[in-house]
Design a binder for this molecule. Structure first.
Ligand code: GLN
Length: 557
């Protein structure tokens, strides 16, 4: 078993997660079986209760774990299917240790960071060390070297390396090499100091990934090599990419990273096959056409808040050889000026969300898309607002609302899930993770998926109130997918509309480059059709996008 540890230096937001994921792409392309995990030093047990302003999107796994958005990169860039074991926070570590202490498992001992906390961390790496499944475990440590919270994780890694032997480990440090305009120079000092901090705790990096705006010249490389004790060829430049994050594996490959890491780990592998990846990147970088899509949400200034959605749009657009011009609209601003903001878009997407702020603006967006026959994709909350809109404006149920926004609404078309009634704690208590959906035959949804049984990831407390089903159906509101027992509405569409789809789940967590999610692909096709002035689209008889099962993408050994 081989191990790669990825730490970050100097500042946060260097794209450590992307770098780790990109290395995963490259190693898989060399036919290695890779798994990634993330250690987050904060004290929250999981990011599920954190605000998107603070933390960006919460990424949901099949098993319902609410995790850091880097796990989204890992799943998009590799064939890994992750579980709650792949994201460990300090909150979980201390929870485990304290529960053990209360149970009396440490009886007689003083409970300490070393060895008790570090043991829990090391066990997490060991849990993934299943040689029948993986060749390489990549572990990313969140935060920046020098953070107090990160110390136990670094100490655990130091011990771990001692246990498994340095020949089986690569420490990769992602660092910033800033360009100082006044001096016309790239500066190595911050990196030197960051590496010195790592060494203080007993960790020596073998690879430096240098995030930089300007290419590293020979002198800078030499200096970094000498001061940081890293061989010169292991000083790897990672320039800001020009167009898309999907270029990162290609640029790292051009710098020789995958070969270097395999050599350091004594792994014999074939040259990587990156042909499909390159093709996808080419389509994203120079598409034949463009389409303008409005995303109507609450956190429009925080690009990370709807990360998986933006990525899913890119995947779907890439498959149609099309570029996307995103129009990010703050939902609150759509309480007025709707026409001015939406009249030039080819599609409207309303993402998931919580709380009442911006709801009326989102309802207006759904109405505009319905009335103007603009393709609409509503994800989770986006489906709920579309339901409220239709009930109010088409079915004449004037007071229609969700009990989330108006507790005692007389017309709760969206109401709390039965199973949620007794829930008091906010953490990890929603309807979470993968659940099956039965698609109704003859619907647009069936055409889009090309299937009648799908599984999708969920994260919600509220649901469509089936009491209103018939009344709304009469007017053209179709429940096109339900839970297998028929009790929960999972998917809706409008009969008299080219593409108006809402889902109670989050398809954005299952889209990949070269494997776009059918709902996104159908949406982009419909937007292109609208733009081209064609009335038809996915409802016509064009081929349904096929979902490629994961196993077809797993490298053959
Ligand atoms: N707030 C809504 C609910 O809890 C929608 C959640 C979401 O969009 N993820 O059901």
């Amino acid at each position: 078993m081989k191990y790669i540890f990825v730490t970050g230096g100097v500042v946060s937001s260097l794209g450590k997660g992307l770098t780790a994921a990109s290395l995963g792409t490259l190693l898989e392309a060399r036919r290695l079986r890779v798994v990634l995990q993330k250690f987050d030093p904060y004290l929250n047990v999981d990011p599920g209760t954190m605000n998107p302003f603070q933390h960006g999107e919460v990424y949901v796994l099949n098993d319902g774990a609410e995790t850091d958005l880097d796990l989204g990169h890992y799943e998009r860039f590799t064939n890994c299917v992750l579980t709650r074991h792949n994201n460990l926070t300090s909150g979980q570590v201390y929870e485990t240790v304290i529960l053990k202490e209360r149970r009396g498992d440490y009886l007689g001992k003083t409970v300490q960071v070393i060895p008790h906390v570090t043991d829990v961390i090391k066990n997490r790496i060991r849990e993934l060390s299943d040689e029948s499944k993986y060749d390489v475990v990549i572990t990313e440590i969140g935060g920046t070297t020098g953070d107090i919270e990160g110390l136990p994780f670094l100490e655990a890694i130091r011990q771990f390396i001692l246990e498994v032997g340095p020949q089986n480990v690569v420490n990769m440090h992602v660092t910033l090499v800033p360009y100082i305009k006044a001096a016309h120079e790239l500066k190595t000092k911050p990196t030197q100091q960051s590496v010195a901090k790592l060494r203080e705790i007993g960790l020596q990096p073998q690879v430096l990934i240098c995030r930089t705006e300007k290419p590293l010249d020979r002198d800078v490389r030499r200096k970094l090599s000498m001061f940081c004790s890293v061989s010169e060829k292991a000083v790897v430049e990672e320039l800001d990419v020009e167009h898309t994050i999907y270029e990162v594996p290609l640029t790292l490959h051009a710098e020789g990273l995958d070969k270097l890491v395999c050599d350091l780990l004594h792994l014999e592998t074939p040259e990587p096959d990156l042909a499909d990846w390159r093709k996808f990147v080419e389509r994203v970088v120079s598409p034949k056409k463009r389409v303008k899509i409005a995303v109507v949400g609450k956190y429009m200034d925080v690009r990370d808040a709807y990360k998986s959605i933006y990525e899913s749009l890119t995947h779907a657009a890439g498959s149609e050889d099309c570029g996307i011009d995103l129009k990010l609209i703050d939902a609150e601003s759509l309480e007025h000026d709707i026409d001015a903001q939406l009249k030039d878009v080819a599609g409207v997407l309303v993402p998931g969300g919580f709380g009442v702020r911006g709801i009326e603006g989102k309802i207006n967006a759904a109405r505009y898309a319905r009335e103007h026959k603009i393709p609409y994709l509503g994800l989770c909350l986006g489906m709920q607002v579309a339901t409220i809109e239709f009930a109010r404006n088409v079915c004449g149920i004037k007071d229609a609302n969700s009990t989330e926004f108006q507790k005692n609404t007389p017309e709760a078309v969206i109401s709390l899930l039965e199973e949620q009634r007794g829930v008091r704690n906010k953490g990890a208590s929603m309807r979470l993770g993968t659940w099956p959906t039965q698609i109704v035959k003859g619907t647009l949804a069936e055409k889009i998926y090309g299937d009648t049984e799908v599984t999708e990831r969920h994260r919600h407390r509220y649901e469509f109130n089936m009491k209103y089903r018939d009344r709304m159906n009469e007017k053209g509101f179709v429940i096109s997918g339900t839970s297998p027992d028929g009790a929960l509405a999972e998917l809706i569409e409008l009969r008299d509309h080219p593409y108006f789809v809402g889902c109670q789940y989050h398809p954005e967590f299952q889209s990949k480059p070269n494997k776009p999610h059918p709902l996104f692909k159908g949406f982009i096709q419909a937007c292109l059709a609208r733009q081209a002035g064609r009335a038809t689209h996915a409802r016509g008889d064009q081929e349904s996008p096929r979902r490629v099962p994961d196993r077809e993408l797993v490298p053959q050994r």
